[in-house]
Design a protein around this ligand. Structure first.
Ligand code: ZN
Ligand code: ZN
Length: 248
């Protein structure tokens, strides 16, 4: 399986990441990636961008160095109802909306509370992806979350950084989530969660997991750039891809 799309990347704007969008795109281009999501943290993340950052993404070129840049956010789940830290008015202007738990924004609750939060976020039709659901700090009922992902047509992210320094202890949960998705036919996407350009498109751990579990390419929407775009456009986004001439 080749993963030519990275749906989860952070730039300098996130406050604790180290590369510009130009550096991210240049690196992505060098390693042959076709699409990257510019999904900086939502405004409630300590040190994160002001909401104006997202409003002004309209000036961002569609392509930089030949790589399609999806204008997005990794929004924060703020309570157990699943409310995000950005109003729908802003979310609806973006091309890619990820939602996830971050302990700087929400104190983890019980399994029931965390599950209700993540389900609430997925029920927002503007949410496309649920970020790193394997985080053991925010334990969830995996069966219920996978069922809801299918019901709401939300992609479940398998996050490469969850197997490294971030969210320690995620591996077993990621495995269980991927297995449940395989059993039920829930769709997956892959994010590097890169906070520096050199990690864009880094999917070594994710690919190993897919191989170990026999996850078919059919389940992994990010294995095919056009398929990801079609998926997002079906969810109501208006993404040009492959039609416009690269602008930068
Ligand atoms: Zn995150
Ligand atoms: Zn992230």
């Amino acid at each position: 399986m080749k993963l030519l799309v990275d749906t989860h990347c952070h730039t300098l704007a996130s406050g604790h990441a180290y590369s510009t969008i130009k550096e991210m795109a240049d690196y992505a281009s060098q390693i042959g990636m076709k699409i990257i999501g510019m999904t900086d943290h939502g405004p409630s993340m300590p040190g994160g961008p002001h909401i104006y950052h997202f409003g002004n993404l309209r000036i961002m070129p569609e392509y930089i160095s030949g790589v399609r840049i999806l204008k997005g956010v990794e929004a924060n789940i703020m309570n157990f109802e699943g409310t995000l830290d950005m109003p729908d008015k802003f979310l609806s202007k973006l091309e890619l909306v990820i939602a996830g738990f971050h302990d700087g924004c929400l104190v983890p609750g019980s399994v029931e509370e965390n599950t209700s939060a993540i389900i609430g976020a997925m029920k927002n039709p503007l949410v496309d992806i649920i970020a790193h659901p394997g985080n053991p700090q925010f334990s969830i009922d995996i069966e219920k979350v996978v069922d809801c992902a299918i019901e709401t047509n939300t992609l479940i992210e398998i996050n490469n950084s969850s197997f490294g320094n971030a969210r320690r202890g995620s591996e077993d949960n990621c495995r269980l989530i991927a297995l449940e998705a395989k059993k039920k036919g829930a769709l997956l996407t892959t994010g590097s969660d890169s906070h520096i350009c050199f990690h864009v498109g880094k999917f070594d751990k994710v690919l190993q997991l897919f191989e170990d579990l026999g996850i078919d390419e059919e389940l992994v929407v990010s294995s095919n750039p056009q398929r990801l775009i079609d998926f997002l456009n079906k969810k109501g986004k208006k993404i040009n891809y492959g039609l416009s001439t690269p602008m930068v």
